[in-house]
Design a protein around this ligand. Sequence first.
Ligand code: BES
Ligand code: MN
Ligand code: ZN
Length: 522
Amino acid sequence: MNANLSFDPISQIETECLAIAVVDESSGSDPKPRLLTADTAVQQAAAELLASGEVTGRLFETVMVHRPNGLKARRLLLVGGGKHRNFSAYELRKVAGAAARFLKPKSIRRMTFAAPDAWDGTADQAAQSTTVAERRGLPEAVKAIVEGAYVADFDPDFYRSDRKDQHLDEVTVAVAGNPDRAALERALDEGRIIGESQNFTRELVNEPGNRMTPTILARRAGEMVQETAGRLNGARFGIEVLGGEKIRELKMGAFWSVAQGSDEPPALIVIRYEPEGASPAATVGLVGKGITFDTGGISIKPADGMEKMKYDMAGGAAMLGAVRAIAQLGLKVRVIALVCASENMPSGKAQKPGDVQIAMSGKSIEIINTDAEGRLVLADGLHYARQLGATHLVDAATLTGACVVALGGVNAGVFANNEEMFQRFAAALAFAGEKMWRMPLDEEYKEQIRSGIADIQNTGGRGAGAVTAAMFLKEFVDDAPWIHLDIAGTAWVDDNKAWIAKGPSGVAVRSLVEFVRGFEGS
Ligand code: BES
Ligand code: MN
Ligand code: ZN
């Protein structure tokens, strides 16, 4: 898919389909639909439709007409944006996606989406953040539309012999008036790079366990780095993959305890991005859980639904997508991305409940449940990231079923041991249009992971499972400012939605990119 801009009068654009958002301006129950464009020709073309009552502006409502009067477009598609006062870039992104997914199965290959005029995104809570406020306005709208279209363009049915593989060829964002064209071109590029990177993550997560082993994940990461490095000016972008022997040599006893049960060799993927002129104050470490299949190990999972555990490397894949985007955007921040890739299998070599392992940091861990493996591989990943020079840490992991119970598929869980770090991340979330909800890390919870025989145990009993998992990780970040993302509930979309296909979501990629961008110049 391509993305481009048009500054022509909207009525004059020749396109297979012109899509426009319609919001509901009413406060009561009688809808008051309004087109989000000031173009009078378009308003006239849609006047009868709006008067008919068939268009309400309800979120994701789609109404399409052919040969609209007075327009050069072959079709006019009106997409509902919901209540106007709630309409922000968060909705705009999804509305553009809904338009793309409406057209995709109809063999319509090109879409022109009209950027809302006089965009200020007032309803958006992000408006409260000053760093974000500077970047508001039309560029934000253009970026959101392009991101939404790329995300919508992804379908997961890679292995169907009759896969239609219908992609949009082109999305054009139509901008009226006399805008700052260079700023909009930049926003368009950003939207494309970030959207493509999110889809790169989704491709990796979509692959089943037999086609996405740690070795294959490392190879895919290597190909991504190769492709990207060739296009960078003046930045170093390199990858190193450590195998089982090296993992043992580094005394990563927690990581190895998970890997030892599998015939598939593990991989510790280390990617370094070092741009020229990076701020010296920060090196951001992005550490991802890369369990390419989680059977539970000896504490084996029930058969029902186990197939979904191919997604247990979604945190690692998110870090790969994020560092891809960060490098392509040329952000002036040093980043170390680290993916702890392994299978979690039962076997004669597998670790057992009751085993004691010594992590790279020297802490001893009593294994209560071999299914709590994500925190084990991350414990050594986080410690190693510090050793490699990361000053600020973020990890992402499909870590706990408890987080799914607590927050469902709407919000990911976010944990922070540092207020400034959390504020930075909250600003990034708002700008990226992703939802995460802060969870606590009170010292009182630590009691639940106290062991009778070792420094710490790997499960925390009945209550607060997402929190005790996070408390476990906290033991391994030392004093570094740290954010932990539990994406177990949000990395997989359970049903088809208007704007996104059922399957891997690519959650966290956009927020991680905006978070790292926040360190530029600091
Ligand atoms: N990958 C799972 C987390 C998970 C479980 C995601 C269910 C989605 C649905 C993780 O490795 C795991 O198995 N966690 C255990 C921890 C428990 C043994 C303390 C869980 O949440 O059940
Ligand atoms: Mn598990
Ligand atoms: Zn797992």
